[in-house]
Design a protein around this ligand. Sequence first.
Ligand SMILES: [Zn+2]
Length: 355
Amino acid sequence: MKKLLSLLMVALVIFSLSSCGNIPANQSEKADLAQSPQDQGADDNNNPPKEVQKPIDCSKVKPNELGQVMVLMYHEIGDKEADWVRTPDNFRKDLQTLYDKGYRLISLNDLLDGNINIEAGYTPVVLTFDDGDLGQFKVKMVDGKPAPDPDSAVGILMDFYKEHPDFGKAATFYIYHPLPFREREYIEYKLKFLVDNGFEIGNHTDTHASLSKLDGNGIQKELGLNVKHTQEYIHGYNVNTLALPYGSVSKEYAKYLLDGNYEGIEYHNKAVLLVGANPSKSPYDVDFNPLKVPRVRGSEMNVEGLGIYDWMKYFDEHPEKRYISDGDPDTIVVPEGMEDKISSEKFTIKKVATY
Ligand SMILES: [Zn+2]
């Protein structure tokens, strides 16, 4: 029975499109709406018109939702640029360059869930920050109340979003304890601010431990206590991704990275992020491995040709390698011939279309 079920589930229907505007099946409603503007908002009541999705021309937009996605890795944001330090101005430059080159922010969880909801023709990008340094989230008092310092990463992201709302607002902060973001009196304010504003908090172990030196019990203690301590500030928060300090773990105990339990505190990670230097495969790719998500360094210093600007240049020169959205999160659109590379078991609820 189980086998039969899984066979059924794999039976993804693949459509071939002459143009992306003619998406069949249950996409037709949207397509019809787009073609019949007189129907929009015609109800007698005052309901706002339904959101209309404009048909896109695949030959122009060239969607490729099996293309690669950069998961950017930052550490400290600080005054002096160094291997693991980005200045506020350089971080602003990174955001502006990404924006200008057609990248749009999505959260790591949305990437993992295949919930990639950006405009047609654009490329998703994920931001991550390791270590919870002060420069990532510093407090500045405004009218007697704490607010993000406009020169800290969170302040920069908030301001950039205000100016460019279509860029999106998302990042995952991989913190450890006991002093995430280094200002004791504001830990709770900061963690709540992040969650309230759509940012994510990830697991970076409890004490920034090198997990390669620990056994199964040691790993479970480090990961379980991180969750416990984060939840002391934000009750019930689901810490569900892990960035490995120093980027390694012994193979024997790797399973404890995903699930474990320390003194009754359970944890479950749906992705493990590496320090690695490459863009990630698309989450729809059969070869996408959530347990080894590589990251690209958000730096220009000693990146050996594998930093953020190197990869942006690479994607400028090889646009066919880059994830390009079709604008519809429910349909996976790829150039004809690539459909066999789609992980049909994981994304059974999506429709697949080729052109
Ligand atoms: Zn670290």
